[in-house]
Design a protein around this ligand. Structure first.
Ligand SMILES: Cc1ncc(C[n+]2csc(CCOP(=O)(O)OP(=O)(O)O)c2C)c(N)n1
Ligand SMILES: [Mg+2]
Length: 661
């Protein structure tokens, strides 16, 4: 069946002009924003929505809707105009009038969660297209689990020159091409313009050849020829590979004196040019006024989608998989996970294994993956080091998406963005690994996980100089602090197998924030040898070794908890009473009440111990307290030697303690 219907060209032209008018008027009203991309891509977007997109504004989270990602996020007015025209109930005209104003849903760049129908936050160029790869992958994976009746949709992306120049696009394109993500269609706003001027200032890449080399179907069309755009989309939808359609457009199309130049990229057109554009486009309506026949055209798109959604809902109701499908989209079953983790902790406390926390993470994941049916693991080519793959996880392969483990390749940034896309798509719970030092290679996408509030889990192993011989290139010293600096991001640094299990439980039950697990390469003893039902890691920090009267409090995380315990014993022999606090998650500790925090930290002098820089420790330490950690980069040597070299030892802690008490 072809979706391409005979469409009254004049109505479709006016539907596109409505986007142009709303974009130029809203940008003018805000005296800020980007009219060029929405005006240039109005025809392409109108053809896409009018003839192909299936969505229902009345049920914006309908699982089988087509996804639309405006990767060129500066063109946000295209999204807001379309969502208004489609009839999303939270996008009345008043929102467009208040474009870019405090408290409006029409933020400068589209923000997930601010308004219905915004599938992901975009604006940092390259993120949208890369997130869309995760969505398209999730679509195929859910399709493999539930079949065409329940999961059968497309992911469409509008990407600009900037998105394609960004490095992350290489990772994303390569991964999508390799995996053969046939339901991913990228519409490139091929306007030859960026902020500084023509794209010939900075690139000579043949994008079609680049995408083709990565295994994509490619085509090039005049982006103002609606018939050609529709035909290219029709072909792309039938391809067995992802598709790139280069849409040759004129940026700011319709503004007669400014179109085609970088002047229309990101500045209001001005009243005179807007009047001239109205003349050129034959758009006679006042600002923020849309004639009924144009609304009718757009609302027909919504009506078509509503019918499709009803038919889908009937299929779901009749499906034997209905319960499983709904469960996959529901929050995690806390009770089962809690029971499984608690039983596992019980065993750990009595067995007291000495294992690296990366290994403990794999052990905990065996429980997690055995309990939750829809986790999706992966690693950026460090599966055996990150310990991210559990028994029974089969890899996802080109054309075979039934597995639950993704070999992301050496593409940390692409992996992080894809995990955002998987989380946004729904139905699957992504986690993925690399070395902690390479969190910086993931960071822009991790930042979007935090900003969007997505419960993605980053498994970051080799978390300190404790990794040893690989040396300072691989040894994070500032990374933990930099992640703690990120709002809405839980950073766990568990000290043993029990805390690692607790951290996984917390991470997996989050609904509105990502987690990073910083895990050791080197073996660590089990220090939580007395079983507690309670998840102590959830307190952020807690007293691990208590004393009746405190002369000193040692506060440590991860691999340094062992050092704190050793120091406390040495000091006890000298008659100095030392409490040891394990602090696996500063963010959760910050959420405790001041009284709870005071009870843990006490009044005695404190020493913080972490094989990383001190920045970020002000929650734990006062100016007069001490800190044992790193002040610069690490070095290449066996780990025990490095700990001695950098003075992160029980002896050094004890020496500092004697000065403080
Ligand atoms: C990662 C990132 N770097 C820089 C910017 C700032 N920026 C916004 S739009 C833009 C130029 C984009 O050019 P293009 O994608 O061709 O958009 P067009 O000018 O055609 O609308 C830049 C550099 C950004 N938003 N994100
Ligand atoms: Mg451009």
């Amino acid at each position: 069946m072809t979706l391409q219907q005979t469409i009254s060209t004049s109505t479709e032209d006016q539907m596109a002009n409505a986007i142009r008018a709303l974009a130029m008027d809203a940008v003018q009203a805000a005296n800020s924003g980007h009219p060029g991309a929405p005006m240039g891509m109005a025809d392409v977007a109108t053809v896409l929505f009018n003839r192909f997109m299936t969505l229902d504004p009345k049920d914006p989270s309908w699982a089988d809707r087509d996804r639309f990602v405006m990767s060129a996020g500066h063109g946000s007015m295209l999204v807001y105009a379309i969502n208004h025209l489609l009839g999303y109930d939270d996008m009345p005209m008043d929102q467009l009038r208040r474009f870019r104003q405090l408290g409006s849903r029409t933020a400068g760049h589209p923000e997930y969660g601010h308004a219905k129908g915004i599938e992901t936050t975009t604006g940092p160029l390259g993120q949208g297209i890369s997130t869309a790869v995760g969505m398209a992958l999730a679509e195929r994976m859910m399709n493999a689990r539930f079949g065409d009746d329940l999961v059968d949709h497309y992911t469409y992306v509008i990407a600009g020159d900037g998105c394609l120049m960004e490095g992350i696009s290489h990772e994303a394109i390569d991964l999508a091409g390799h995996l053969g993500l046939s339901r991913l269609i990228v519409l490139w706003d091929d306007n030859g313009i960026t902020i500084d001027g023509g794209t010939d200032l900075s690139t000579s890449t043949n994008q079609l050849a680049r995408f083709a080399a990565a295994g994509w179907h490619v085509a090039s069309v005049d982006g103002h020829d609606k018939t050609a755009v529709a035909a290219a989309l029709e072909t792309a939808r039938a391809e067995a590979s992802p598709s790139l359609i280069a849409c040759k457009t004129i940026i700011g199309f319709g503004a007669p004196n400014k179109q085609g130049s970088h002047d229309v990229h990101g500045a209001p057109l001005g009243d005179a040019e807007i009047a001239a554009a109205r003349e050129t486009l034959g758009w006679t309506h006042a600002p923020f006024e849309i004639p009924p026949e144009v609304y009718d055209g757009w609302r027909a798109v919504a009506a078509r989608g509503a019918d499709a959604r009803s038919a889908w809902a009937r299929r779901l109701a009749d499906s034997p998989d209905a319960w499983t499908f709904r469960a996959a989209h529901a929050p995690v079953d806390d009770a089962s996970l809690d029971a499984a983790i608690t039983a596992y902790k019980h065993r750990l406390s009595s067995d007291a294994p000495k294992v690296a926390t990366r290994k403990a993470s794999e052990m905990a994941l065996e429980i997690v993956n055995g309990t939750l049916p829809n986790t999706v693991g992966g690693s950026a080519d460090l599966t055996g080091s990150n310990n991210t793959k559990t028994r029974g996880q089969a890899p996802v392969k080109p054309g075979d998406y039934a597995g639950s483990y993704i070999h992301y390749g050496i593409r940390e940034h692409g992996m992080a963005a894809a995990m955002n896309g998987i989380a946004l798509h729904g139905g699957l719970k992504p986690y993925g690994g690399t070395f902690l030092a390479f969190a910086d290679y993931c960071r822009p996408a991790m930042r979007l996980s935090s900003l969007m509030g997505l419960p993605v889990v980053y498994v970051m192993t080799h978390d300190s100089i404790g990794l040893g011989e690989d040396g300072p290139t691989h040894q994070p010293v500032e990374t933990i602090a930099s992640l703690r600096a990120m709002p809405n991001h839980l950073v766990f640094r568990p000290c043993d197998a029990v805390e690692t299990a607790e951290a996984w439980q917390i991470a997996m039950t989050q609904t509105a924030r990502p987690s990073t697990l910083a895990l050791s390469r080197q073996g660590l003893p089990t220090v939580r040898t007395r079983h507690t039902e309670a998840n102590l890691t959830a307190r952020g920090a807690y007293v691990l070794r208590d004393v009746a009267r405190r002369d000193l409090t040692l506060i440590a995380t991860g691999s340094e908890v062992e050092i704190a315990l050793a120091a406390s014993e040495a000091l006890a022999a000298e008659g100095i009473a030392v409490a040891v606090v394990s602090a696996p998650c500063f963010e959760l500790f910050a959420e405790a009440t001041p009284e709870q925090r005071a009870a843990v930290l006490g009044d005695a002098p404190r020493i913080g111990i972490e094989a990383a820089i001190r920045q970020g420790w002000d929650l734990m330490l006062r100016p007069e307290d001490g800190f044992i950690g790193m002040t610069g980069f690490g070095a290449s040597a066996p780990a025990p030697e490095l700990y001695r070299h950098f003075g992160i030892t029980a002896d050094a802690v004890a020496a500092l303690a004697r000065q403080l008490v």
